[in-house]
Design a protein. Structure first.
Length: 332
């Protein structure tokens, strides 16, 4: 039996003494399926709101096995910490990084690896993946060169280097559009607009390098200028069966992360079908919505993730005594 902690984006107003409510419908059933499958393997599952972490411990903790709030368990007693969903963390990144460091120091298995989390939180990862040979939607800094390209008719999507859920994303069609980020150019990245996005963004979910399921997300059909696929902006989601070349391409991205020294256990790879072939839009290794229930695989995926996490925890437990020996040797 192990203790598993999951951070969730809580709908605090809907939470009761016997139910931990989740903010977004897309995530709700998935996280409950994950927990049920882990409980079936005799693990204790605890839900927390990341905002409740203070001075190295949580002030509130929900025990999903017993469906009730309990006296918070010390992080040192956790076997695994799943950094799954957080609400608003991009607006308080110093605090978020403190949380990750706290988890790292607890001795628990942290998923995804803290190194991977820190790397993925900043969209500069595009350049690292490109240097590793991954085909990406071309990116550029916001500078005079970009202004010139806009004046020649190219279009770019301006994205915050630190951001999520389409927040502050802008479609730039002419140099005048750069005024929207004036004085903040260093905080944004320009990604070449690819009209293929209207045909759908494919989202492939993996545990490690094992493909699980996929969906296709499309922008709102009634707005031909919309390029964002977020459901909150009218986007739609449907089950998708990826082609062999899309699967191979997504795996090449995960292998590139490994080669860069960033282990990946839980991921969603977003790509489009461009003229050059499958092309990366986003690599979501932090806070991803997984769409398992959209794929009609919620319970099945819950069972798969529980088995995968169980195996990771077993390996981690075997390594901990050796780590303690090494630490003692270093101290001595």
């Amino acid at each position: 039996m192990a203790n598993v902690l999951m951070t969730l984006a809580e709908d605090r107003e809907a939470t009761t003494q016997t139910h931990f409510a989740v903010k977004y419908r897309v995530d709700e059933n998935d996280c409950y399926d994950f927990a049920s499958a882990l409980i079936a393997l005799n693990h204790d599952v605890f839900f927390v709101n990341w905002n409740d972490l203070a001075a190295g411990k949580f002030t509130r903790m929900f025990h999903q096995n017993g469906r009730r709030f309990v006296e918070p368990v010390a992080l040192a007693d956790m076997d695994s910490i799943f950094v799954y969903k957080m609400e608003g963390f991009y607006f308080d990144l110093p605090r978020f990084h403190r949380m990750v460091r706290t988890f790292e120091r607890s001795g628990a298995l942290v998923i995804n690896d803290p190194r991977t989390i820190r790397h993925n939180i900043n969209k500069r990862y595009y350049w690292d993946l490109a240097s590793a040979g991954v085909r990406i939607s071309p990116v550029a800094p916001i500078d005079g060169g970009l202004r010139e390209r806009l004046s020649k008719g190219e279009r770019f999507v301006l994205k915050p280097l630190l951001g999520e859920r389409g927040h502050a994303v802008i479609l730039a069609s002419e140099p005048a559009d750069l005024a929207k980020v004036r004085g903040k150019e260093c905080l944004f990245i320009a990604q070449k607009f690819m009209p293929e996005i209207r045909e759908g963004e494919r989202s492939l979910v993996f545990l490690g390098t094992q493909f699980q399921h996929a969906v296709i997300k499309r922008p709102a059909a009634n707005n031909p200028e919309e390029f964002r696929c977020n459901e909150s902006l009218g986007g739609t989601v449907a089950v998708y069966e990826p082609r062999a070349d899309e699967l191979e391409y997504a795996l090449s991205i995960l292998n590139a992360y490994q080669s860069l020294g960033y282990p990946v256990h839980f991921s969603r790879i977003d790509l489009i079908d461009a003229e050059a072939g499958p092309t990366l839009v986003e690599a979501e290794l932090l806070n991803p919505s997984i769409y398992a229930n959209y794929s009609r695989r919620g319970q099945e995926f819950g069972e798969q993730i529980a088995i995968y996490f169980d195996q990771l925890m077993n390996r981690h437990a075997k390594l901990k005594p050796m780590t303690a020996v090494w630490s003692a040797q270093l101290v001595g």
